[in-house]
Ligand binder design. Structure first.
Ligand code: NAP
Length: 536
Protein backbone atom coordinates (compact mmCIF):
# COMPACT_ATOMS: atom_id res chain seq x y z
CA UNK A 1 0.00 0.00 0.00
CA UNK A 2 1.20 3.50 -0.81
CA UNK A 3 2.16 5.70 2.12
CA UNK A 4 1.43 8.11 3.57
CA UNK A 5 -2.25 9.00 3.32
CA UNK A 6 -2.37 12.01 1.03
CA UNK A 7 -5.88 13.07 1.89
CA UNK A 8 -8.79 12.15 4.10
CA UNK A 9 -12.33 12.80 2.85
CA UNK A 10 -15.87 11.66 3.45
CA UNK A 11 -16.34 10.11 0.01
CA UNK A 12 -14.13 8.88 -2.82
CA UNK A 13 -15.91 8.74 -6.17
CA UNK A 14 -14.43 6.69 -9.00
CA UNK A 15 -15.25 8.09 -12.42
CA UNK A 16 -16.41 11.39 -13.94
CA UNK A 17 -19.12 10.46 -16.39
CA UNK A 18 -22.79 11.24 -15.74
CA UNK A 19 -22.72 9.29 -12.47
CA UNK A 20 -19.45 10.62 -11.08
CA UNK A 21 -20.30 14.23 -11.88
CA UNK A 22 -23.76 14.03 -10.35
CA UNK A 23 -22.31 12.31 -7.28
CA UNK A 24 -19.88 15.17 -6.71
CA UNK A 25 -22.71 17.70 -6.89
CA UNK A 26 -25.14 15.73 -4.77
CA UNK A 27 -22.78 14.63 -2.01
CA UNK A 28 -20.71 17.79 -1.83
CA UNK A 29 -23.14 20.58 -2.60
CA UNK A 30 -26.34 19.08 -1.19
CA UNK A 31 -25.00 17.08 1.76
CA UNK A 32 -21.92 19.15 2.59
CA UNK A 33 -19.57 16.17 2.45
CA UNK A 34 -15.93 16.38 1.44
CA UNK A 35 -15.36 14.42 -1.76
CA UNK A 36 -12.48 13.41 -3.97
CA UNK A 37 -13.23 12.09 -7.45
CA UNK A 38 -10.78 10.35 -9.74
CA UNK A 39 -11.08 9.91 -13.49
CA UNK A 40 -8.71 7.97 -15.76
CA UNK A 41 -9.38 10.14 -18.82
CA UNK A 42 -7.95 13.61 -19.30
CA UNK A 43 -11.46 15.02 -19.56
CA UNK A 44 -14.89 14.43 -18.06
CA UNK A 45 -17.60 12.42 -19.80
CA UNK A 46 -16.88 8.75 -19.08
CA UNK A 47 -18.47 6.72 -21.88
CA UNK A 48 -18.93 9.96 -23.81
CA UNK A 49 -15.30 10.89 -23.39
CA UNK A 50 -13.90 7.59 -24.66
CA UNK A 51 -16.36 6.52 -27.39
CA UNK A 52 -15.70 9.23 -29.98
CA UNK A 53 -15.85 6.97 -33.02
CA UNK A 54 -17.51 8.25 -36.22
CA UNK A 55 -21.28 8.16 -35.84
CA UNK A 56 -21.25 7.81 -32.03
CA UNK A 57 -24.50 9.06 -30.59
CA UNK A 58 -26.99 8.11 -27.93
CA UNK A 59 -30.19 6.32 -28.88
CA UNK A 60 -32.22 7.93 -26.12
CA UNK A 61 -33.60 11.29 -27.23
CA UNK A 62 -31.35 14.17 -26.21
CA UNK A 63 -33.84 16.03 -24.03
CA UNK A 64 -34.53 12.83 -22.09
CA UNK A 65 -30.87 11.81 -21.88
CA UNK A 66 -29.81 14.62 -19.57
CA UNK A 67 -29.78 15.60 -15.93
CA UNK A 68 -33.08 16.49 -14.30
CA UNK A 69 -31.72 17.68 -10.95
CA UNK A 70 -31.74 21.37 -11.81
CA UNK A 71 -34.70 22.82 -13.73
CA UNK A 72 -32.57 25.84 -14.66
CA UNK A 73 -29.93 23.65 -16.29
CA UNK A 74 -32.49 21.84 -18.43
CA UNK A 75 -34.03 25.11 -19.54
CA UNK A 76 -30.65 26.67 -20.37
CA UNK A 77 -29.05 23.87 -22.34
CA UNK A 78 -29.99 23.51 -26.01
CA UNK A 79 -29.73 20.08 -27.61
CA UNK A 80 -29.52 20.49 -31.34
CA UNK A 81 -30.40 17.00 -32.58
CA UNK A 82 -33.08 14.49 -31.72
CA UNK A 83 -30.44 11.89 -30.80
CA UNK A 84 -27.38 13.58 -29.35
CA UNK A 85 -23.99 13.04 -30.96
CA UNK A 86 -21.03 12.17 -28.77
CA UNK A 87 -19.42 15.60 -29.11
CA UNK A 88 -22.57 17.34 -27.86
CA UNK A 89 -22.94 15.04 -24.85
CA UNK A 90 -19.27 15.55 -24.03
CA UNK A 91 -19.75 19.34 -24.33
CA UNK A 92 -22.83 19.12 -22.07
CA UNK A 93 -20.94 17.22 -19.38
CA UNK A 94 -18.09 19.74 -19.57
CA UNK A 95 -20.67 22.49 -19.17
CA UNK A 96 -22.11 20.73 -16.11
CA UNK A 97 -18.62 20.31 -14.63
CA UNK A 98 -17.96 24.05 -15.05
CA UNK A 99 -21.40 25.33 -14.12
CA UNK A 100 -21.35 23.54 -10.75
CA UNK A 101 -17.60 23.93 -10.15
CA UNK A 102 -17.15 20.16 -10.01
CA UNK A 103 -13.55 20.11 -11.27
CA UNK A 104 -12.21 21.48 -8.02
CA UNK A 105 -12.71 18.06 -6.38
CA UNK A 106 -11.81 15.99 -9.41
CA UNK A 107 -8.44 14.62 -10.45
CA UNK A 108 -8.18 13.69 -14.10
CA UNK A 109 -5.65 11.28 -15.63
CA UNK A 110 -5.78 9.31 -12.41
CA UNK A 111 -6.84 5.70 -12.33
CA UNK A 112 -7.95 4.06 -9.09
CA UNK A 113 -6.05 0.80 -8.75
CA UNK A 114 -7.15 -0.45 -5.34
CA UNK A 115 -9.63 0.19 -2.54
CA UNK A 116 -9.40 -1.58 0.81
CA UNK A 117 -11.90 -1.53 3.65
CA UNK A 118 -10.46 -1.30 7.12
CA UNK A 119 -12.74 -3.02 9.64
CA UNK A 120 -11.36 -1.21 12.66
CA UNK A 121 -11.96 2.29 11.39
CA UNK A 122 -14.81 1.40 9.00
CA UNK A 123 -13.06 3.45 6.32
CA UNK A 124 -11.75 2.82 2.83
CA UNK A 125 -8.18 3.35 1.69
CA UNK A 126 -8.09 4.15 -2.00
CA UNK A 127 -4.93 3.98 -4.11
CA UNK A 128 -4.26 5.44 -7.52
CA UNK A 129 -1.77 4.96 -10.32
CA UNK A 130 -0.38 8.38 -9.45
CA UNK A 131 0.72 7.07 -6.04
CA UNK A 132 -1.98 8.84 -4.12
CA UNK A 133 -3.55 7.17 -1.12
CA UNK A 134 -6.83 8.63 0.06
CA UNK A 135 -8.76 7.64 3.12
CA UNK A 136 -12.55 7.87 2.92
CA UNK A 137 -15.61 6.82 4.84
CA UNK A 138 -17.58 5.95 1.72
CA UNK A 139 -16.60 4.56 -1.65
CA UNK A 140 -18.87 5.36 -4.60
CA UNK A 141 -18.10 3.51 -7.81
CA UNK A 142 -19.25 5.52 -10.82
CA UNK A 143 -17.32 3.42 -13.30
CA UNK A 144 -19.95 2.79 -15.98
CA UNK A 145 -21.49 -0.43 -17.24
CA UNK A 146 -19.74 -0.52 -20.61
CA UNK A 147 -16.34 0.95 -19.92
CA UNK A 148 -13.93 -1.98 -19.93
CA UNK A 149 -13.41 -3.17 -23.51
CA UNK A 150 -13.18 -6.90 -23.98
CA UNK A 151 -9.92 -8.32 -25.28
CA UNK A 152 -9.80 -8.82 -29.04
CA UNK A 153 -9.80 -12.60 -29.32
CA UNK A 154 -8.56 -12.84 -32.92
CA UNK A 155 -5.24 -14.48 -33.67
CA UNK A 156 -2.49 -12.23 -34.96
CA UNK A 157 -4.17 -9.02 -33.89
CA UNK A 158 -0.86 -7.38 -32.95
CA UNK A 159 0.83 -8.35 -36.20
CA UNK A 160 -1.06 -5.89 -38.41
CA UNK A 161 1.35 -3.21 -39.61
CA UNK A 162 -1.21 -0.50 -40.41
CA UNK A 163 -3.17 1.52 -37.86
CA UNK A 164 -5.81 -0.23 -35.79
CA UNK A 165 -8.60 1.62 -34.01
CA UNK A 166 -10.79 0.55 -31.14
CA UNK A 167 -14.09 2.38 -31.08
CA UNK A 168 -13.76 2.70 -27.31
CA UNK A 169 -10.40 4.48 -27.51
CA UNK A 170 -10.91 6.56 -30.62
CA UNK A 171 -8.33 9.32 -31.18
CA UNK A 172 -9.38 12.87 -30.39
CA UNK A 173 -8.20 14.13 -33.75
CA UNK A 174 -10.29 13.16 -36.77
CA UNK A 175 -9.26 9.91 -38.43
CA UNK A 176 -9.29 10.42 -42.19
CA UNK A 177 -10.16 7.17 -43.95
CA UNK A 178 -10.34 8.70 -47.41
CA UNK A 179 -8.51 6.63 -50.01
CA UNK A 180 -8.05 3.77 -47.53
CA UNK A 181 -9.10 0.14 -47.54
CA UNK A 182 -10.72 -0.31 -44.14
CA UNK A 183 -11.95 -3.35 -42.24
CA UNK A 184 -14.55 -3.20 -39.45
CA UNK A 185 -15.11 -6.05 -36.99
CA UNK A 186 -18.34 -5.93 -35.01
CA UNK A 187 -21.97 -5.26 -35.85
CA UNK A 188 -23.38 -4.38 -32.42
CA UNK A 189 -24.74 -0.90 -31.60
CA UNK A 190 -21.29 0.62 -32.05
CA UNK A 191 -20.42 -1.01 -35.38
CA UNK A 192 -23.88 -0.20 -36.72
CA UNK A 193 -23.31 3.50 -36.02
CA UNK A 194 -19.72 3.58 -37.28
CA UNK A 195 -20.12 1.53 -40.48
CA UNK A 196 -22.26 4.06 -42.44
CA UNK A 197 -19.86 6.90 -41.57
CA UNK A 198 -16.73 4.94 -42.45
CA UNK A 199 -18.40 3.63 -45.61
CA UNK A 200 -18.93 7.21 -46.80
CA UNK A 201 -15.23 8.06 -46.45
CA UNK A 202 -13.19 4.95 -47.15
CA UNK A 203 -12.09 3.92 -50.63
CA UNK A 204 -13.29 0.47 -49.67
CA UNK A 205 -14.90 -0.91 -46.53
CA UNK A 206 -15.12 -4.58 -45.62
CA UNK A 207 -17.43 -5.44 -42.73
CA UNK A 208 -16.66 -8.70 -40.95
CA UNK A 209 -19.94 -9.81 -39.39
CA UNK A 210 -20.24 -12.63 -36.91
CA UNK A 211 -23.87 -12.21 -35.89
CA UNK A 212 -26.45 -10.41 -38.01
CA UNK A 213 -28.34 -7.85 -35.95
CA UNK A 214 -31.79 -6.27 -35.97
CA UNK A 215 -31.28 -2.57 -36.60
CA UNK A 216 -34.10 -0.04 -36.53
CA UNK A 217 -33.54 3.41 -38.10
CA UNK A 218 -33.14 6.30 -35.66
CA UNK A 219 -34.63 8.94 -37.98
CA UNK A 220 -32.33 11.44 -36.36
CA UNK A 221 -32.75 15.07 -37.34
CA UNK A 222 -31.82 18.58 -36.32
CA UNK A 223 -34.46 19.79 -33.88
CA UNK A 224 -36.59 22.74 -34.91
CA UNK A 225 -37.11 25.69 -32.54
CA UNK A 226 -40.71 24.49 -32.16
CA UNK A 227 -39.62 21.00 -31.12
CA UNK A 228 -37.15 22.45 -28.61
CA UNK A 229 -39.82 24.76 -27.18
CA UNK A 230 -42.20 21.82 -26.88
CA UNK A 231 -39.65 19.76 -24.92
CA UNK A 232 -38.89 22.66 -22.60
CA UNK A 233 -42.49 23.51 -21.89
CA UNK A 234 -43.22 19.93 -20.80
CA UNK A 235 -39.93 19.12 -19.16
CA UNK A 236 -41.08 18.66 -15.56
CA UNK A 237 -43.99 16.41 -16.57
CA UNK A 238 -41.65 14.41 -18.80
CA UNK A 239 -39.15 13.90 -15.95
CA UNK A 240 -41.86 12.69 -13.60
CA UNK A 241 -43.16 10.24 -16.15
CA UNK A 242 -39.63 8.99 -16.97
CA UNK A 243 -38.87 8.38 -13.28
CA UNK A 244 -41.76 5.93 -12.86
CA UNK A 245 -41.60 4.35 -16.33
CA UNK A 246 -40.35 0.91 -17.30
CA UNK A 247 -37.19 1.95 -19.12
CA UNK A 248 -36.60 5.51 -17.94
CA UNK A 249 -38.43 6.81 -21.00
CA UNK A 250 -42.18 7.50 -20.87
CA UNK A 251 -44.02 5.08 -23.14
CA UNK A 252 -47.61 4.01 -23.61
CA UNK A 253 -48.49 0.79 -21.79
CA UNK A 254 -47.85 -2.24 -24.01
CA UNK A 255 -50.85 -4.06 -25.41
CA UNK A 256 -51.26 -7.53 -23.89
CA UNK A 257 -50.22 -9.81 -26.74
CA UNK A 258 -48.77 -9.58 -30.23
CA UNK A 259 -50.31 -12.95 -31.00
CA UNK A 260 -53.78 -11.87 -29.94
CA UNK A 261 -53.58 -8.67 -32.02
CA UNK A 262 -54.81 -8.68 -35.64
CA UNK A 263 -51.89 -8.75 -38.09
CA UNK A 264 -52.85 -5.37 -39.58
CA UNK A 265 -52.79 -3.72 -36.15
CA UNK A 266 -49.46 -5.30 -35.30
CA UNK A 267 -47.82 -4.38 -38.56
CA UNK A 268 -49.11 -0.82 -38.27
CA UNK A 269 -47.50 -0.56 -34.82
CA UNK A 270 -44.17 -1.91 -36.09
CA UNK A 271 -44.34 0.29 -39.18
CA UNK A 272 -44.90 3.33 -36.99
CA UNK A 273 -41.82 2.45 -34.95
CA UNK A 274 -39.79 1.87 -38.11
CA UNK A 275 -40.93 5.09 -39.79
CA UNK A 276 -40.56 7.35 -36.77
CA UNK A 277 -37.47 5.88 -35.12
CA UNK A 278 -39.41 5.04 -31.97
CA UNK A 279 -37.55 1.83 -31.33
CA UNK A 280 -39.47 1.12 -28.10
CA UNK A 281 -42.66 1.18 -30.14
CA UNK A 282 -41.55 -2.08 -31.70
CA UNK A 283 -39.83 -3.67 -28.71
CA UNK A 284 -42.37 -2.67 -26.06
CA UNK A 285 -45.52 -2.63 -28.17
CA UNK A 286 -46.78 -5.95 -26.80
CA UNK A 287 -46.29 -7.39 -23.35
CA UNK A 288 -45.35 -10.83 -24.65
CA UNK A 289 -42.57 -9.61 -26.97
CA UNK A 290 -39.79 -10.95 -24.76
CA UNK A 291 -41.81 -13.79 -23.28
CA UNK A 292 -43.07 -15.67 -26.31
CA UNK A 293 -40.97 -16.79 -29.28
CA UNK A 294 -43.99 -16.65 -31.55
CA UNK A 295 -44.89 -13.12 -30.46
CA UNK A 296 -41.30 -12.01 -30.88
CA UNK A 297 -41.15 -13.59 -34.30
CA UNK A 298 -43.83 -11.18 -35.55
CA UNK A 299 -41.55 -8.20 -34.91
CA UNK A 300 -38.40 -10.06 -35.97
CA UNK A 301 -39.98 -10.96 -39.29
CA UNK A 302 -41.16 -7.38 -39.79
CA UNK A 303 -37.54 -6.19 -39.48
CA UNK A 304 -36.29 -9.00 -41.74
CA UNK A 305 -38.79 -7.87 -44.37
CA UNK A 306 -37.43 -4.34 -44.19
CA UNK A 307 -33.89 -5.63 -44.72
CA UNK A 308 -35.01 -7.56 -47.79
CA UNK A 309 -36.63 -4.41 -49.18
CA UNK A 310 -33.65 -2.14 -48.55
CA UNK A 311 -30.66 -4.29 -49.48
CA UNK A 312 -30.37 -4.71 -53.23
CA UNK A 313 -28.09 -7.74 -53.44
CA UNK A 314 -30.13 -10.77 -52.27
CA UNK A 315 -27.08 -12.65 -50.98
CA UNK A 316 -25.95 -9.65 -48.89
CA UNK A 317 -29.53 -9.16 -47.68
CA UNK A 318 -29.64 -12.76 -46.56
CA UNK A 319 -26.33 -12.45 -44.71
CA UNK A 320 -27.62 -9.33 -42.93
CA UNK A 321 -30.81 -11.09 -41.85
CA UNK A 322 -30.78 -12.23 -38.22
CA UNK A 323 -32.25 -15.66 -37.60
CA UNK A 324 -30.33 -17.02 -34.62
CA UNK A 325 -31.77 -14.91 -31.80
CA UNK A 326 -35.02 -13.25 -30.85
CA UNK A 327 -35.38 -9.50 -31.35
CA UNK A 328 -34.30 -7.60 -28.24
CA UNK A 329 -32.45 -10.46 -26.58
CA UNK A 330 -29.20 -8.91 -27.71
CA UNK A 331 -29.29 -5.19 -26.94
CA UNK A 332 -31.20 -3.79 -29.94
CA UNK A 333 -29.20 -1.28 -31.97
CA UNK A 334 -30.62 1.81 -33.58
CA UNK A 335 -28.99 3.83 -36.33
CA UNK A 336 -29.59 5.47 -39.66
CA UNK A 337 -28.43 4.23 -43.06
CA UNK A 338 -27.08 0.94 -41.78
CA UNK A 339 -28.61 -1.51 -44.24
CA UNK A 340 -28.46 1.11 -47.03
CA UNK A 341 -24.68 1.25 -46.62
CA UNK A 342 -24.41 -2.27 -48.04
CA UNK A 343 -25.83 -0.98 -51.35
CA UNK A 344 -22.71 1.12 -51.82
CA UNK A 345 -20.24 -0.09 -54.43
CA UNK A 346 -17.34 0.39 -52.02
CA UNK A 347 -18.80 -1.71 -49.19
CA UNK A 348 -18.65 -5.48 -48.84
CA UNK A 349 -20.00 -7.78 -46.14
CA UNK A 350 -18.17 -10.94 -45.10
CA UNK A 351 -20.08 -13.52 -43.08
CA UNK A 352 -17.71 -14.97 -40.51
CA UNK A 353 -20.11 -17.82 -39.76
CA UNK A 354 -19.55 -19.11 -43.29
CA UNK A 355 -15.93 -18.08 -43.69
CA UNK A 356 -14.31 -17.64 -40.25
CA UNK A 357 -11.22 -15.53 -39.76
CA UNK A 358 -8.03 -17.56 -39.49
CA UNK A 359 -5.83 -14.70 -38.44
CA UNK A 360 -4.98 -11.07 -38.80
CA UNK A 361 -1.81 -10.74 -40.87
CA UNK A 362 0.74 -7.90 -41.21
CA UNK A 363 -1.15 -6.61 -44.25
CA UNK A 364 -4.76 -7.58 -43.61
CA UNK A 365 -7.04 -10.46 -42.69
CA UNK A 366 -7.08 -14.11 -43.72
CA UNK A 367 -10.38 -15.95 -43.62
CA UNK A 368 -10.50 -19.65 -44.36
CA UNK A 369 -10.95 -18.98 -48.07
CA UNK A 370 -9.63 -15.50 -48.85
CA UNK A 371 -6.81 -13.07 -48.06
CA UNK A 372 -7.78 -9.40 -47.64
CA UNK A 373 -5.39 -6.43 -47.74
CA UNK A 374 -6.22 -3.41 -45.57
CA UNK A 375 -4.76 -0.02 -44.73
CA UNK A 376 -6.61 0.21 -41.39
CA UNK A 377 -8.68 -2.03 -39.12
CA UNK A 378 -11.45 -0.91 -36.77
CA UNK A 379 -12.58 -3.07 -33.85
CA UNK A 380 -16.10 -2.51 -32.52
CA UNK A 381 -16.00 -5.78 -30.62
CA UNK A 382 -17.65 -4.83 -27.36
CA UNK A 383 -17.12 -4.77 -23.63
CA UNK A 384 -16.64 -6.83 -20.51
CA UNK A 385 -19.99 -5.39 -19.48
CA UNK A 386 -21.35 -4.55 -16.03
CA UNK A 387 -18.49 -6.01 -13.96
CA UNK A 388 -15.35 -5.44 -16.06
CA UNK A 389 -14.52 -1.98 -14.74
CA UNK A 390 -15.17 -2.98 -11.11
CA UNK A 391 -13.20 -6.20 -11.36
CA UNK A 392 -10.25 -4.27 -12.83
CA UNK A 393 -9.81 -2.55 -9.44
CA UNK A 394 -8.47 -4.46 -6.43
CA UNK A 395 -11.52 -3.84 -4.24
CA UNK A 396 -11.13 -5.57 -0.88
CA UNK A 397 -13.92 -5.72 1.69
CA UNK A 398 -14.16 -7.53 5.02
CA UNK A 399 -11.44 -10.12 5.74
CA UNK A 400 -9.52 -8.83 2.72
CA UNK A 401 -11.98 -10.49 0.34
CA UNK A 402 -11.40 -9.37 -3.25
CA UNK A 403 -14.58 -8.33 -5.07
CA UNK A 404 -13.63 -10.11 -8.29
CA UNK A 405 -13.11 -13.33 -6.29
CA UNK A 406 -16.42 -12.92 -4.49
CA UNK A 407 -17.99 -12.45 -7.96
CA UNK A 408 -16.11 -15.40 -9.47
CA UNK A 409 -19.38 -17.15 -10.38
CA UNK A 410 -21.14 -13.93 -11.37
CA UNK A 411 -21.99 -10.69 -9.57
CA UNK A 412 -24.25 -10.74 -6.51
CA UNK A 413 -25.49 -7.57 -4.91
CA UNK A 414 -28.32 -6.13 -2.90
CA UNK A 415 -30.38 -3.87 -5.21
CA UNK A 416 -27.38 -3.57 -7.52
CA UNK A 417 -26.10 -0.79 -5.29
CA UNK A 418 -24.44 -2.60 -2.40
CA UNK A 419 -22.51 -5.83 -1.85
CA UNK A 420 -22.54 -7.87 1.38
CA UNK A 421 -19.05 -7.86 2.89
CA UNK A 422 -18.21 -4.48 1.34
CA UNK A 423 -19.59 -1.94 3.83
CA UNK A 424 -19.92 1.72 2.88
CA UNK A 425 -19.42 0.94 -0.81
CA UNK A 426 -22.11 1.99 -3.30
CA UNK A 427 -22.07 0.74 -6.88
CA UNK A 428 -23.92 3.18 -9.14
CA UNK A 429 -25.94 1.26 -11.77
CA UNK A 430 -24.29 -1.94 -10.60
CA UNK A 431 -25.32 -5.44 -11.72
CA UNK A 432 -28.72 -6.27 -10.28
CA UNK A 433 -30.15 -2.81 -10.96
CA UNK A 434 -32.03 -1.58 -14.08
CA UNK A 435 -28.87 0.12 -15.40
CA UNK A 436 -28.41 -0.90 -19.06
CA UNK A 437 -32.11 -1.77 -19.30
CA UNK A 438 -32.99 1.86 -18.90
CA UNK A 439 -32.22 5.42 -19.80
CA UNK A 440 -28.94 5.47 -17.90
CA UNK A 441 -29.25 9.07 -16.72
CA UNK A 442 -32.58 8.37 -15.02
CA UNK A 443 -31.14 5.33 -13.25
CA UNK A 444 -27.97 7.19 -12.30
CA UNK A 445 -29.89 10.06 -10.70
CA UNK A 446 -32.11 7.62 -8.82
CA UNK A 447 -29.09 5.76 -7.44
CA UNK A 448 -27.17 8.88 -6.46
CA UNK A 449 -30.23 10.40 -4.78
CA UNK A 450 -30.77 7.17 -2.87
CA UNK A 451 -27.11 7.10 -1.78
CA UNK A 452 -27.38 10.72 -0.62
CA UNK A 453 -30.48 9.94 1.45
CA UNK A 454 -28.79 6.88 2.90
CA UNK A 455 -25.68 8.79 3.97
CA UNK A 456 -27.87 11.51 5.51
CA UNK A 457 -29.78 8.81 7.42
CA UNK A 458 -26.51 7.39 8.77
CA UNK A 459 -25.50 10.89 9.89
CA UNK A 460 -28.78 11.31 11.76
CA UNK A 461 -28.27 7.97 13.50
CA UNK A 462 -24.61 8.62 14.30
CA UNK A 463 -23.72 5.40 12.51
CA UNK A 464 -20.31 4.98 10.92
CA UNK A 465 -21.57 2.87 8.10
CA UNK A 466 -23.97 0.49 6.47
CA UNK A 467 -23.71 -2.95 4.97
CA UNK A 468 -26.08 -5.20 3.04
CA UNK A 469 -26.95 -8.44 4.81
CA UNK A 470 -26.26 -11.73 3.08
CA UNK A 471 -29.92 -12.72 3.51
CA UNK A 472 -31.23 -9.57 1.80
CA UNK A 473 -28.67 -9.93 -0.97
CA UNK A 474 -29.59 -13.58 -1.57
CA UNK A 475 -33.25 -12.67 -1.74
CA UNK A 476 -32.61 -9.87 -4.25
CA UNK A 477 -30.37 -12.05 -6.42
CA UNK A 478 -33.09 -14.67 -6.42
CA UNK A 479 -35.71 -12.08 -7.40
CA UNK A 480 -33.56 -10.72 -10.25
CA UNK A 481 -33.10 -14.29 -11.49
CA UNK A 482 -36.79 -15.17 -11.20
CA UNK A 483 -38.06 -12.25 -13.24
CA UNK A 484 -35.58 -13.10 -16.00
CA UNK A 485 -36.51 -16.78 -16.03
CA UNK A 486 -39.27 -17.51 -18.47
CA UNK A 487 -38.17 -14.67 -20.76
CA UNK A 488 -36.38 -15.12 -24.06
CA UNK A 489 -33.31 -13.48 -22.52
CA UNK A 490 -32.29 -16.77 -20.95
CA UNK A 491 -31.82 -18.30 -24.40
CA UNK A 492 -29.66 -15.61 -26.00
CA UNK A 493 -25.92 -15.13 -26.32
CA UNK A 494 -25.43 -11.57 -25.22
CA UNK A 495 -23.25 -9.29 -23.16
CA UNK A 496 -26.22 -8.95 -20.77
CA UNK A 497 -25.31 -12.43 -19.57
CA UNK A 498 -21.55 -12.30 -20.13
CA UNK A 499 -21.52 -14.71 -23.04
CA UNK A 500 -19.49 -12.35 -25.27
CA UNK A 501 -16.40 -12.75 -23.09
CA UNK A 502 -14.71 -16.17 -23.13
CA UNK A 503 -14.66 -17.69 -19.63
CA UNK A 504 -17.01 -15.12 -18.09
CA UNK A 505 -19.71 -16.71 -15.92
CA UNK A 506 -23.13 -16.81 -17.59
CA UNK A 507 -25.33 -14.72 -15.34
CA UNK A 508 -27.97 -12.34 -16.61
CA UNK A 509 -26.80 -9.15 -14.91
CA UNK A 510 -29.35 -6.32 -15.27
CA UNK A 511 -32.64 -6.08 -13.39
CA UNK A 512 -35.47 -6.19 -15.94
CA UNK A 513 -38.39 -5.40 -13.61
CA UNK A 514 -38.47 -1.75 -14.68
CA UNK A 515 -37.22 1.57 -13.41
CA UNK A 516 -40.51 2.48 -11.74
CA UNK A 517 -40.90 -0.80 -9.86
CA UNK A 518 -37.25 -0.70 -8.86
CA UNK A 519 -37.58 2.85 -7.54
CA UNK A 520 -40.56 1.81 -5.40
CA UNK A 521 -38.53 -1.07 -3.95
CA UNK A 522 -35.55 1.20 -3.16
CA UNK A 523 -37.85 3.80 -1.58
CA UNK A 524 -39.53 1.12 0.54
CA UNK A 525 -36.16 -0.13 1.73
CA UNK A 526 -35.22 3.41 2.76
CA UNK A 527 -38.60 4.18 4.36
CA UNK A 528 -38.29 0.99 6.40
CA UNK A 529 -35.02 2.21 7.96
CA UNK A 530 -32.85 0.60 5.27
CA UNK A 531 -34.31 -2.87 5.43
CA UNK A 532 -31.86 -5.55 4.46
CA UNK A 533 -28.94 -3.48 5.67
CA UNK A 534 -27.12 -3.42 9.01
CA UNK A 535 -25.75 -0.25 10.46
CA UNK A 536 -22.15 -0.46 11.63
P1 NAP B 1 -21.51 -5.47 -28.72
O1 NAP B 1 -22.93 -5.18 -28.73
O2 NAP B 1 -21.00 -6.47 -27.75
O3 NAP B 1 -21.10 -5.87 -30.19
C1 NAP B 1 -19.83 -6.37 -30.48
C2 NAP B 1 -19.81 -6.88 -31.88
O4 NAP B 1 -18.52 -7.38 -32.16
C3 NAP B 1 -20.79 -8.03 -32.12
O5 NAP B 1 -21.28 -7.94 -33.42
C4 NAP B 1 -19.88 -9.25 -31.94
O6 NAP B 1 -20.36 -10.40 -32.58
C5 NAP B 1 -18.63 -8.73 -32.62
N1 NAP B 1 -17.44 -9.44 -32.21
C6 NAP B 1 -16.94 -9.56 -30.96
N2 NAP B 1 -15.80 -10.29 -30.99
C7 NAP B 1 -15.60 -10.64 -32.28
C8 NAP B 1 -14.62 -11.39 -32.96
N3 NAP B 1 -13.61 -11.94 -32.30
N4 NAP B 1 -14.73 -11.55 -34.28
C9 NAP B 1 -15.76 -10.99 -34.96
N5 NAP B 1 -16.73 -10.27 -34.39
C10 NAP B 1 -16.64 -10.09 -33.05
O7 NAP B 1 -20.64 -4.14 -28.45
P2 NAP B 1 -20.95 -2.65 -28.91
O8 NAP B 1 -21.45 -2.62 -30.30
O9 NAP B 1 -19.77 -1.84 -28.56
O10 NAP B 1 -22.16 -2.23 -28.00
C11 NAP B 1 -22.12 -2.45 -26.61
C12 NAP B 1 -23.24 -1.69 -25.97
O11 NAP B 1 -22.90 -0.33 -25.84
C13 NAP B 1 -24.53 -1.67 -26.74
O12 NAP B 1 -25.22 -2.87 -26.70
C14 NAP B 1 -25.23 -0.51 -26.08
O13 NAP B 1 -25.77 -0.86 -24.85
C15 NAP B 1 -24.07 0.44 -25.88
N6 NAP B 1 -24.03 1.37 -27.01
C16 NAP B 1 -25.06 2.25 -27.11
C17 NAP B 1 -25.09 3.10 -28.17
C18 NAP B 1 -26.22 4.04 -28.28
O14 NAP B 1 -26.77 4.55 -27.33
N7 NAP B 1 -26.62 4.30 -29.46
C19 NAP B 1 -24.12 3.08 -29.13
C20 NAP B 1 -23.08 2.19 -28.99
C21 NAP B 1 -23.05 1.33 -27.93
P3 NAP B 1 -21.29 -11.44 -31.77
O15 NAP B 1 -22.62 -10.79 -31.64
O16 NAP B 1 -21.29 -12.65 -32.60
O17 NAP B 1 -20.63 -11.65 -30.44
Amino acid sequence: MNEPISESVDVVIIGAGFSGLYSIWKLRDQLGLSVRAFEAGDGVGGTWYWNRYPGARCDVESYGYSFSFDPELEQEWVWTERFPPQREIEAYLNHVADRYDLRRDLELETRVTAATFDEETARWTVETDTNKTVNARFLVTAVGCLSKPKDIDIEGVDSFEGPTYRTYEWPKEEVDFSGMRVAVFGTGSTGIQAIPEIGKKAAHLTVFQRTANYNVPARNHVLTPEEIAEWKSNYREYRQAAAVSGAGVPLPDPKPSALAAPKEERDAAYQYGWDTGHIPTILFSYADMLASKEANETAAQFIRDQIATIVEDPETAQMLTPTDHAYGTKRPPQGDDYYETFNRENVRLVDLRKTPVERITPSGVDTIDESFEFDAIVFATGFDAMVGALNAIDIRGRDGALLRDVWRDGPESYLGISVAGFPNMFTITGPGSPSVFSNMVVSIEQHVDWIGDCIAFLGDRGASGIEATVAAQDEWVQHVREITEGTLHTEAESWYSGSNVPGKPRVFMPYIGGVGAYRIKCDEVAAGGYEGFELI
